[in-house]
Structure formats: structure tokens, C-alpha cells
Design a binder for this molecule. Sequence first.
Ligand code: SF4
Length: 459
Amino acid sequence: MSRRQDFARSLADLDLRRKMAVSMAQALGHRAARVAETPEWEALRDAAQAIRAYGLTHLDEMLAQFRHQLEARGARVHWAADAEAANRLILDVLRARGVTRFVKGKSMATEETRLNEALIAAGLDPVETDLGEYLVQLCGDRPAHPTAPAVHLSRQDCGRLICQHLGAPYTDDPTTLSLMVREDLRSEFLRSPAGITGANFAVAETGTVVIVDNEGNQGLVSALPDLHIALVGIDKLIPRLQDLGPLLRLLARNATGQTLTCYTTLISGPRQAEDADGPRELHVILLDNGRRAMLADPTARQAMTCIRCGVCCNICPIYSKVGGHPYGFTYPGAVGSIWAAFLSADPGAEELAHICSLCGACSEVCPVRNELSHTLAAMRRRRHRPWAERLGMGALAAVLARPSLYRLGTRLLRWAHPFRRLGAAVPPIRGWTLGRELPHPPSRSFQESHRRWGGHRRE
Ligand code: SF4
């Protein structure tokens, strides 16, 4: 099924649209409340933008510092050029220690590399421990949102999935369901020899992997097992520990409407002699997988500053109707459409730049002031466009630049409106008119009304 058909199918799914409408309205409402009570909001955004922009020009320096600090405390730091290399590295480390079943924290980087599929194909058994990812794993599905993987599921869907999996009588009470899952996962945490996580940030100054979560599972995944592996995109680097302040405040407020995420775990090495707990072995894998190519692209590099809060999805008029699955890529929405062009193995991923309505709502809410719609518009301009589109846009530009032609055009449109259904049969127009009704033109144009009221024509 083509991507276009995937979008059309999701758009026609009224149940999905209802669930998305409720979830997105809730998420935006909670965010708005936090923004309203934070007078320094714009100053926080300025600070975050500056911190992340620094990373665009000092990446190699920060990577070297991060690696040096972590290795000085006994961690192993690896480099993965692509998804396959990252998965192979993780598989080798797990196999060398005889690990078969192990726990995982929520990680979009491992979704990007399709780690679970690679490990399952090699006979291993990953157990997702974030509640949303646990549900997505039960469905055999992929996350639908960067911070809310199961956003497309209703409470009743969750009840059915969990009760069926645990062989329990049906309930959709959220507290009962989360306690059932907690009970199920507790034994997994206690017996797992290894834990795999991603990272929200990686601090160069101190060599610290930073992970945030609301369920406490990331702390258990990274501290209880003897082996911890963290897969970290190189875009996650930030220069100093103090930079975490504005970034964590913005991340929680935008992503979930909280003042701060419940748990923030900072890992700067494996267990030291004086530590009471922590993994005996820590491997950090730094993942490129197209990020350097994006950094080298003057049009798209700003998108590297994304902190994955997901609010650009929540506010997007496209995403909020269809959810994340039709995008066919780990990161959906406007920012995902940019990332896909560099990170996705799918040659058709560049098409995603054409899905955006260019309304600019995402740029207004982005905590790091990413100009996503401008980037997408620039990416569209440099793509090869079909002859019909070039011809149509050239004709439109010629008409708009000449007032007399424009006036003639509006009169012709009024005259031609009754025949609009014939136009809808012409291939380049047909796609556009499938979901839209051409409005009836007014009997008199604005300029004609203006002149009637005594105004003057401006040429
Ligand atoms: S582009 Fe901005 S709004 Fe979108 S996920 Fe990234 S940080 Fe959040």
C-alpha cells in the first residue's frame, strides 16, 4: 500500500480521528496551562535555542569530550555509522554475555534502528517496560508519537490488550491496568541480566547520559541489571550540565504539560567501588545514521536541534487527524518529515515534505524555535517537480504579477464554476479536489465592491 493510501485510510478511520482529537486537545490544554504559569517562557526558549545551536557548530568537540569523560570512569563508548552497525554492536555485546531475555526502556533511537526486529530475528527476547511501548509491543505495532507511543489506543483498547496478555478478566480501569503491568514487569526487572535504553540528552562536559521518564522504569532498566547499553543519537549532545535546566523544563512542559518529568536519571559511568548499585558494565553507542548528512545540509540542519517534545505533532493539522503510522517513519509530524529525508532507508521518504500544509503552527510552539515549515518549503523547492506542477505554478505566478490578467482570471473562474466537476476529472486537479469542494466565487470581487463604494483602483 502506498503512503498516500496509508494517509487516506487513516483519514477515513473515524474512530482513530476521535481518539486523536481527544488526546491532542488534552495534551495542548495541559501545555497551555504550563505556558501561562511560566512568565519566563520566551526567555527559556531563547536559552534552549542557543544551547542547541551551539551543538550544530561544536559537535565533534563535544563528542570527543563526552567520550573521554565516560571512558575515564570505565564505560565503553562505541561509534555506529548506521542502524545496521548499531544493532550488530548491541547483538555482539549481548551474545558475548549469553543474554537472551532482557528489559528495555523507551527509546526512539532503537525504534529508528529497528533493534527489536533485529534481535528477535537473532533469537533474543526484548521486553519493553515503558507502559506505552509495552502496549505497542503487545499489538506488534510501532509507536505513533515520539512521547506517547500508544496515543492511538483508547482506554478500552488498552484494557483488552493487557487483560488478554495477562489472562485476567477484562477491565479498563487505568489504575488497575497499570498495577497489573507493574506486577508483570517487576519480575522481569529483577531477573534481567541486561537493560537497553536510549537517552534524552548526553552532556559533553561530564560524560553523562540523561534519561527522563514518568514511570520509573528507565531507572530500573539502567541500574538493576549488571549490563546497561545506551543507544544515543549524536544529536543528543549538549555542552554543559547546567544546560539541562532550561531543556528539561521545556521538554516536560511541552511534551506532557508537567512542570518536570517524574524521574530524571543521570548516568556517568558503570558502578564504581563506592557505589551501592548500578550496572557493572556500561556501553554507550553513539549513532550517526544520517545525522551528519543532515548537519551538513544548510537547509535542514536546524532540525537537528529538536529535543523530541512532540508538541509539533500535537498541533499539526495533519498529524492530529491521522496519527503517526501513515508517515511510515519513526519520527512523525513536521520534524519527522525533515528527518525522514536523511535517516530513512525508504527512497520515497522525501515525499513526506509535501504532506505539510505549511501553516507554521509547529514553529510557533517549538521550544527550540525550529522553523519547520520554512525548512519543509525549502526542501520542496529543491526537489524535482512534475511538469504539470511547474507549468501550473508558472502560469499562476504570471497571472498574480499582472492585475489585468488577475481580474480577467477571477471573472473566468466565476463563469467556469458551474463546470467545476469537469475540471475535477483532469489528472493534476483530480487529486486536489478529492477531499475539497471548490467554494462558490462571490458575484462581485473585493475590488469591484471597493470601486462601487467609491474607492480607487490601484495598478
Ligand atoms: S521540532 Fe520542536 S516542537 Fe517538534 S519535537 Fe522537536 S523540539 Fe518539539
